[in-house]
Write a protein that binds this ligand. Sequence first.
Ligand code: TRP
Length: 455
Amino acid sequence: MAMASRDQWSGRMGFIFAAAGSAIGLGNIWRFPYTAGESGGGAFVLLYLFFVAVIGIPVVLSELAIGRTTQRNPVGAFKALVPGSLWPYVGGLGVLTGFGILAFYAVIAGWTLSYLYGALTGVYGGVLDGEQSLALFTELISDPTMPIVLSGIFIVLTIIVVRGGVSKGIERVTKVLMPLLLVILVILAIRSVTLPGGVDGLVYLFKPDFSKITISVVMSALGQALFSLSLGMGAMITYGSYFPDKENLPSAGITVAFFDTAIAILAGLIIFPALFSVGVEPGAGPGLVFVVLPSIFGSLPAGQLFAIAFYALLAIAALTSTISLLEVVVSYFVDEKGWSRNKSAWVLGGLCFVLAVPSALASGASPMFTDFLGTGVDFLTLNNNIWGNYSLSIGAISLCIFVGYKWGVPNALASLEASGHKLPAPALFGFLVRYVCPAAVGAVLIYVIVTGNYF
Ligand code: TRP
């Protein structure tokens, strides 16, 4: 295959921004706070941080190592390393998971577009209390057409970037906008923490109440750690495959994990103090961030300006994540099926839009999808769980077993250190990949299956 023509990041920073762009998104700002709120706060946060350190970092490094060595999409990567084996199916599950996640993620991303529009037209200018804010949110998500149209717009934006190729499209956007997002988040966190009653939010977020830990909470924390870092479906295999040979891969991977986690905590510092201040329940569910945030903007000087900047940046952060989801799927069809980038992006993006429709109707517009098959769970939440928690966990454990026992830790280390830059604590990496990750993820999955606590 003509590897010379394969796209590459412009350098280490280019990769860091693109990978951070993939990792940082709605997972940090929407999914983390609402999941933490549903899971009782501090104890969940502690577990999440534990999983990031013990499972997230070794898996990021493993994925990047595979990507760098093989220069392929997830399926092609396994085919290259162990031809004729069943391992490529792990990559195949990753490609499928990319579809599954994108199909509900685009719906939430669509909601952010509506909030951006609302900010531009001044809907969130005045001070809104929790009830007014909830009413606006409910009106949006239960509308039968708006969420479909918005997720469609979002997918088209994603297609346009992905069809343009990786380094040109993704790098340029993230380099400028990710730092700006960080600045806005810091300002909002300061405002939120200093709101009357804000301290209660900090206590909720950081004081662990271990009696809140159930198997579902452990599963959610594991899923959240993987989801937030874009792990378990090969996104980092794909991004690692564009990594330049002479650059320091271990440090780039660890830097991305650090920033992603910092941004999630920052989002917690924004949402929880504000939520106690306006009197919204922490367990309010997927609408949490959307309901709570307008109240902060209302209490800020130049609030409308902040609202516009925030929702624009949130939409862009979501876009750099949807790009990575579609990129995995597209790179598979380009490398393995010989499709053109343009055709892959439009056909597969289009298919994703079709799959997004039921999720877009799952918040009230369609009774069937709102309580899917009488499970008591809506279709969007169901997909969020299946693809975002279970499928990623299965992907992560398979990957660790692959690196630990099939490909081998020495090969992974050689790939990570190919440029001469050393991985700090390589023995710890091997220990985590071979023993800790498979045991921990395996134990959680088995416990969930045995106890039947799927949600
Ligand atoms: N990590 C992104 C977020 O937090 C979502 C995402 C993008 C993702 N690509 C992924 C999740 C690949 C899992 C796998 O918003």
